[in-house]
Design a protein around this ligand. Structure first.
Ligand code: HEM
Length: 350
């Protein structure tokens, strides 16, 4: 995946470089920029697709989420969701358009596979291989994924992989603008490892400061502020007995800001708390939960750390940055934890 990551990041950095004014600076809201980047990355790496298709799916899914959230606020009577209201009709239209884009992508790929073309070894390729295989390596019958399941997985990957990672990158730029000393530390590390040359995979394992910074940003600004589990049988948790079927919300944001866990400096940006790894960063090794926990932990977490690392390295190699005067620090927690008024950053070429 490295070449695809690099290509997408290179496009971003080149676009910013071309936009620099005569004074060598460029002011940009990095939110949409990183959405475009992460949409492009997931399209290319998981689906062998292009930015335009990914962007349309992202746009449709964003509208769908906004409509869903608006609906959640209303009192829903039984059967309401099947009524042909304006909102319900639009939700169905959106779903149909997303599915038709994905089915097109799937059909084209299946045809290529049937014609024996050496198709890409990406997520879509693997899922379709499972769909087309009727037996396992021992000749036993297996039921692979159905096309409906493949479509649903594709939707989930687009949904889960774009906004989360773009939010992480956005907050990282904001926080490093607020803490130029950490921006300098990170740049020193990147230039020390790679100079101004191409980023190579081997060097990633040695990116200690950049990793600490990303962890601390994820602690202070976890894109997913909570996740939910349901008890499937009666069970005791924290001294309370819950019957089966109870929804329990894990308030990630609150846990990440709990002084009893992280210390009295909990609200400060201190990447050094992760100097000896996640388990030593607080007095509870399970308190850092940006990617969830257990069997349903984020399946894309390695991907989600690699992508910002590459992007950050390439940005630090080319630019210094600070908050633009128009930036206002306010949080929007309606969908995921985002900057409410965008993230206007002033870049300066170096
Ligand atoms: C900073 C970026 C990301 C964050 C903070 C994040 C966070 C999460 C969280 C909190 C969950 C729910 C886990 C749970 O319920 O325990 C989740 C699930 C998931 N994530 Fe991520 N994620 C990120 C990036 C990605 C990326 C890049 C992908 C795809 C390449 C991805 C794919 C998924 C999928 C498929 C699930 C559902 C897993 C399941 O239900 O088994 N995520 N993610």
């Amino acid at each position: 995946m490295m070449p695809a990551f690099s290509t997408c990041c290179q496009e971003l950095v080149s676009r910013w470089t071309q936009s620099l004014g005569s004074d060598g600076t460029y002011e940009v809201d990095v939110c949409p920029e990183f959405q475009r980047l992460t949409g492009d990355v997931i399209s290319r790496t998981a689906f062998g697709s292009n930015y335009a298709e990914g962007a349309r799916i992202f746009q449709l899914q964003s509208e769908q989420t906004a409509r869903l959230l608006a609906r959640v606020k209303k009192i829903i009577i039984s059967g309401y969701l099947s009524l042909p209201t304006k909102n319900n009709r639009r939700m169905r239209e959106i779903n149909n358009e997303i599915e038709s884009i994905l089915l097109n992508l799937i059909r084209t790929r299946m045809q290529a596979m049937q014609e024996g073309e050496n198709t890409k070894n990406d997520l879509l390729g693997l899922m379709l291989e499972s769909n087309m295989r009727g037996t396992d390596e021992n000749g036993q019958c297996i039921s692979g994924m159905t096309i409906d399941e493949v479509v649903e997985e594709c939707k989930l990957f687009y949904f889960a992989g774009i906004e989360t990672t773009s939010i992480l990158l956005t907050w990282t730029m904001v926080i490093l603008s607020m803490h130029p000393e950490w921006q300098d530390h990170a740049r020193e590390e990147v230039l020390g490892l790679f100079g101004k040359n191409k980023i190579d995979y081997e060097g990633f394992g040695r990116l200690k400061t950049v990793t600490m910074i990303l962890y601390e940003v994820l602690r202070l600004y976890p894109p997913a502020v909570a996740f939910i589990r349901k008890t499937y049988k009666e069970m005791e948790i924290g001294g309370i007995t819950f019957p089966a079927g109870v929804l329990i919300e894990l308030p990630v944001l609150l846990m990440h800001h709990d002084p009893d866990i992280w210390g009295s400096d909990v609200h400060e940006f201190k990447p050094e708390r992760f100097a000896d790894g996640i388990s030593k960063a607080s007095n509870n090794p399970c308190a850092f939960l940006p990617f969830g926990w257990g069997p349903r932990i984020c399946i894309g977490q390695q991907f989600a750390m690699l992508e910002p690392k590459i992007s950050l390295c390439m940005i630090l190699q080319c630019f210094e940055f600070e908050l633009a005067p128009s930036y206002t620090h306010a949080l929007d927690n309606t969908k995921m934890l985002r900057p409410m008024h965008g993230a206007q950053i002033k870049l300066r070429a170096i």
